[in-house]
Design a protein around this ligand. Sequence first.
Ligand code: LM2
Ligand code: CA
Length: 496
Amino acid sequence: MLPPQRSAVRRGVFGAAVAALVVVLAACNNQVPLEPDRAAPDVGIQLFQLPWTAIADECEQTLAPNGFAWVLTSPPNEHIVRDEWWASYQPVSYELESRLGTRDEFADMVQRCDDAGVQIIADAVINHMTGQDDPGVGWAGTPYEHYDYPDLYGYDDFHHCGLTANDDISNYDDRAQVQTCELVNLADLDTSRQNVRDTVGAYLDDLLSLGVAGFRIDAAKHMDAADVEAIIVALPEGTRIMSEVIRGGGEPVQPEEYTAFGEVFEFTYARDLLPALASGFVNEPETEGDRPLHVPADKALVFIDNHDTERGEADLTYRDGDLYVIANALMLADDYGTPVVYSGYAFSDRDAGAPADDAGRVTPVSCAIATDLPADDYEDGARTCVQTWPAIAGMLEFRAFAMDFPRLEGVSEGDAYGFERAGRGVIAVNVGDEATSIQIPTTMQDGKYCDVVSGGRESWTNDGCRDDEFSVENGVATFALAPFTAAAIHLGTAHR
Ligand code: LM2
Ligand code: CA
């Protein structure tokens, strides 16, 4: 027997020879290329309550390698001093000092992420200031009162709607209430005033000067779309705008009002998908033309959950392991909208902030060395590290190979479902609690393909598949699937 080192060398040489042979054979027989073109990355990820230094590390170590295009951060500006995560949503000033890091750390993160090819989208809380009735002092030391923020805003810069007893929104069927009364007592900025627009604009410009690519507009529904637009048009062209407009059936304020100047988060997407998955079936979406009750695909940001819905309406979250993976896989394989993956931390108390030091600074945690994910059980406060789940990275790879090719009609077989991205990849899921098999017609060449859900990114090695392998025979892809699993193959995982 050879000493281990030599045998490793031998295998290396042998492997390289086999790889070369495969390339030559493929070329001779005019078979599928092993490296078809990849589309430019488009998928974003929300890294909820993660400090700037940690996001910079993620950009370099996990996000860029796994093919993410951009990160949505939590709000970067000065906020009230409280332990709950939602302190971030009560602005005291626009100084870039928060429990997630300093201005310098934020600037350094933007730079490092940019260098790694990952853009930063900042969460912009511009509808309101704090919800505190008593005077206080913010995280960076700025004193404030409910309707008085030094050098920024005074009493007249806020709406005092006079439409409800305490000026709080109580009726979402009333446009004036939704946009000029207070959302849970948060002092509501009068964004029709030019000085308010200018002050907000100066804050956004400051973030742009540090290199951010754009903004999530928090609570956009609570601002007149014309006001948001007036703020946005003053920004440099190309600034990416993602308005958060929670669709409410029958409500007067609809997401469509906000698409003229940017993208919107389309809450309907998860609402269509998740309840069905959770009860064991998959809704075949309308794939001809626009999807009903959805904004046009090029305006839509789609997501399985976010920091609000994982504490509320989302039927599937990190807690649901397998089904959550299936939901994300279906989203990433889909041809509607731009997917936003969500990565937060485990919690049992909806208010609990991310783990922090004695001074209240949130603890930076790296996901680069996380393994065996998703975990069956996360301890409260543990980061879910969704960006490193092999299934997620594998599906981003699938998307890169398949996203520019049409989504074909789905196939259902019992609790299994799947579809092809024409000629480029096939995904199949089993949302039932029994093993099953499904056959999906495909124009992909006959042959063997490695699964990217179990095997992750680069699931094909010279030694074979890292995990599951599926075949296409006579134009049909066959997937034998364990309960609650997804599988996906694409041209880049072809081998023979
Ligand atoms: C959002 N989008 O429109 C954010 O995504 C969401 O997370 C924010 O709510 C909300 N809008 C305001 O920016 C969170 C959180 C609330 C929290 C607020 C303000 O979900 O629970 O409200 O941030 O921090 C908290 C208390 C609430 C209290 C309010 C004002 O839960 O009871 O109202 O602060 O002190 C009296
Ligand atoms: Ca408002």
